[in-house]
Design a protein around this ligand. Structure first.
Ligand code: ADP
Ligand code: MG
Length: 279
């Protein structure tokens, strides 16, 4: 006798839907068939179905968190070349990827370095690893988030908007230094930093050191107050390396003696300018 004939399968389908057990609903016929064939005890079948629902639930949750994180695609720890940034310890990054110590204590992470040095890549890769471990993350260009908060402020909903960001254990603010120095804009950024202080973590990437942040915030006092809150519990990574793309382009040139056909026009320019300086 097959399980389908011994029970009202249509009714079971409705019940499992009502109970919100989609994985059991979809897979119980397969599990039941196997159990019958292999002579599983009833308790084993029940346990297998329950485990399956739980595993699927975790997978779906992480999938949702991955979608909401808005991470740039294909930036992973695996495809990050640590040899290109010898001042960064891979072991330290791997520890940050677990999230356990710094996210639970609402500490921050700040990455400095010139453009192209891999800050956004590393920030996204850490974000991805954290989501895979169950943390909630939001990656945003700082200027985009500032714009959204400004709109919220105009609608008298800034506090609510900042509170909504509380659901993220980590907020990645990419390219802080590119925010334009506009009184209203930078004030919302300050509000955000103050609100998260000692409550939730922030990861910031910036092309410019703290000394230059006066160009970001409206006045020196606000800059000082923002920096003070950010660095109180923070890890600071200095990634002072040459642009990865530029180095890759130069490497290809060195190997072939001439610009390879696959080079982008931008890379061709870089090689051309290098030729001018070296001759
Ligand atoms: P930044 O944010 O510091 O300006 P990016 O992270 O955007 O730099 O890096 C520029 C490009 O070079 C990206 O495509 C990135 O994936 C790549 N890149 C930079 N550093 C590395 C690295 N160490 N390993 C692999 N790819 C890298
Ligand atoms: Mg960047």
């Amino acid at each position: 006798m097959t399980p389908q004939t011994s029970i009202d399968a249509a009714r079971l389908d409705l019940i499992l839907n009502e109970l919100r057990l989609p994985a059991i609903r979809q897979f119980w016929p397969q599990f039941a068939q196997r159990a019958d064939k292999e002579g599983w005890p009833a308790a084993r079948l029940l346990a297998a179905l329950a485990e399956h629902e739980l595993a699927e639930r975790d997978r779906r949750r992480i999938e949702r968190h991955l979608t909401e994180a808005r991470l740039p695609p294909s930036k992973t720890i695996d495809n990050f070349d640590f040899d290109a940034v010898p001042m960064i310890s891979k072991a330290q990054i791997m520890a940050l990827c677990s999230g356990d110590t710094w996210l639970t204590s609402s500490a921050n992470l700040i990455m400095f370095g010139p453009p192209g040095g891999g800050k956004s890549h590393l920030a996204a890769a850490i974000g991805l690893a954290l989501v895979e471990r169950g943390w909630r993350v939001l990656f945003s260009r700082t200027s985009d988030l500032v714009q959204k908060l400004q709109i919220a402020r105009r609608e008298l909903a800034l506090e609510a908007a900042i509170n909504r960001l509380d659901r993220y254990h980590l907020l990645i603010l990419d390219d802080l230094a590119y925010v334009t120095k506009d009184q209203a804009e930078t004030a919302v950024l300050f509000e955000l930093i103050s609100a998260r202080y000692e409550r939730k973590s922030i990861l910031i990437t910036a092309n410019q050191p703290f000394a230059e942040w006066n160009k970001v915030f409206p006045d020196p006092a606000m800059t000082l107050a923002a920096v003070d809150r950010l660095v109180h519990h923070a890890t600071i990574l200095e990634m002072n390396v040459e642009s990865y793309r530029r180095r890759a382009a130069l490497e290809r040139k060195r190997k072939s003696g001439r610009p390879p056909a696959r080079m982008t026009p931008h890379e061709r320019d870089l090689v051309a300018s290098d030729n001018q300086t070296s001759t």
